[in-house]
Design a protein around this ligand. Structure first.
Ligand code: PMP
Length: 372
């Protein structure tokens, strides 16, 4: 018995950790700063750490109550019904559930290029195919309804990322609405807002719910409620919980009973739910994270001796020439960034917004490498 032929599947491009890089170079991990995976440089909220410790003694129980509590808190935060919140093992898990809920064998999904690789991978896992739309570099990787609709050919799912990874651009709510309007009724538009907290642009959830008076959420400005848009969010970025693996989907009201049919039982662990619930309540930590990212973005744009694309996320895309060579040289200077060759951009690196100290160090190192 062999696994099915997976030779046309891509592999997940997970960034290597500091420990691995330090081991490779025979150096002390303390000498490195990692700005390659868009993680939170402030770490998790102290409240989340305390909640993890508290929850630890109860992990012999299944996480039914923890699931329900976090689901209710997110439903309240976003002004939707509990059934519209789909907890999952990271944003990646949300993509799997959405594909399970939508794809029949042979159905295609439409994905951005350059873009996040897991959209296509997950489609293939679910016996689907992949078609691409191109984000035109000429226009500074501007995201428009046209770049999506020009390529659209009846795919079952259309993936949008806003803010976009790896470019940092974003779709306007009008463009998302146009895309949903112009695609077939049987096409789901998935708006991946993994970096949504770093921009003040309204969430695409405004197209899904009919209340616009909810504290902590953004107004839907009286738009018609749709049943063909879903939103993805994650605790990996602004909440600094990438290691616990927790994400959630926000789906249309009409999808209320679908989650029970597609989720892997106990989709998020008790520890993840406890950490997520505590992190959600720590507004101070969230604001400090968003402010740190905003400062670092501007600092890198102002101080780097290379073109930096405008970003609304917690990273910037920088045009450096030989991306692989530059990333390697930076690594030897103790700064780990993402070589974007795997995104098809062999002249760009992506640098995560760090703390002040980390960001200054990355800028100095990159400027030195570029000048050498
Ligand atoms: N969407 C985008 C655009 C991402 O960049 C990532 C992770 N880097 C994810 C989703 C998934 O994140 P996670 O599974 O950690 O929630």
């Amino acid at each position: 018995m062999q696994p099915r032929d997976l030779s046309d599947h891509a592999e997940y491009q997970a960034g290597r950790g500091i420990e691995e890089v330090a081991r490779e170079l025979g150096r002390d991990p303390a000498e490195f700063v990692k700005l390659a995976s868009n993680e939170n440089p402030l770490g998790p909220s102290p409240a989340a750490i305390a909640a993890l410790e508290d929850a630890a003694s109860d992990v012999h129980h299944y996480p039914t109550a923890a699931h329900a509590d976090l689901t209710a808190a997110l439903a309240d935060e976003w002004g939707v019904a509990d059934e519209q919140v789909w907890l999952a093992n990271g944003g990646d898990g949300v993509l799997d559930y959405l594909h399970r809920a939508t794809l029949a064998p042979g159905d295609d999904v439409l994905v951005p290029t350059p873009g996040f690789s897991y959209y296509g991978m997950s489609s293939r896992f679910h016996h689907g195919g992949v078609a691409e739309y191109e984000i035109p570099r000429d226009d500074g990787f501007d995201l428009t309804a046209d770049c999506v609709l020009d390529a659209y050919d009846g795919e079952r799912v259309v993936h949008l990322t806003s803010p976009h990874n790896p470019t940092g651009g974003r779709f306007s709510l009008d463009d998302v609405e146009t895309i949903a309007e112009e695609t077939d009724e049987e096409t789901l538009v998935v708006v991946d807002e993994a970096y949504g907290e770093f921009t003040d642009a309204p969430s695409a959830l405004g197209l899904v719910r009919d209340r616009d008076d909810v504290d902590g959420s953004r107004p839907s400005a009286g738009r018609a409620k749709r049943d063909d848009v879903a939103v993805l969010r994650t605790f990996s970025k602004v909440y600094g919980l990438a290691g616990v693996r927790l994400g959630y989907g926000l789906v249309p009201e009409a999808w209320a009973d679908a989650y029970a049919r597609v989720n892997t039982p106990f989709a998020a662990s008790a520890l993840a739910c406890a950490a997520g619930l505590a992190a959600l309540g720590d507004e101070e930590h969230r604001e400090a994270t968003v402010e740190t990212a905003a400062w670092a973005r501007e600092y890198m744009r102002a101080e780097l001796d290379a073109p930096v694309f405008e970003s609304h996320a917690n990273f910037v895309l920088v045009e450096v020439g030989d991306a692989a060579g530059v990333a390697e040289a930076l690594k030897h200077r103790g700064v780990i960034v993402r070589d974007c060759t795997s995104f098809g951009l062999d002249d760009c690196v992506r640098i995560t917004c760090g703390t002040r100290e980390e960001t200054e160090r990355a800028v100095d190192a990159l400027n030195e490498v570029l000048a050498a």
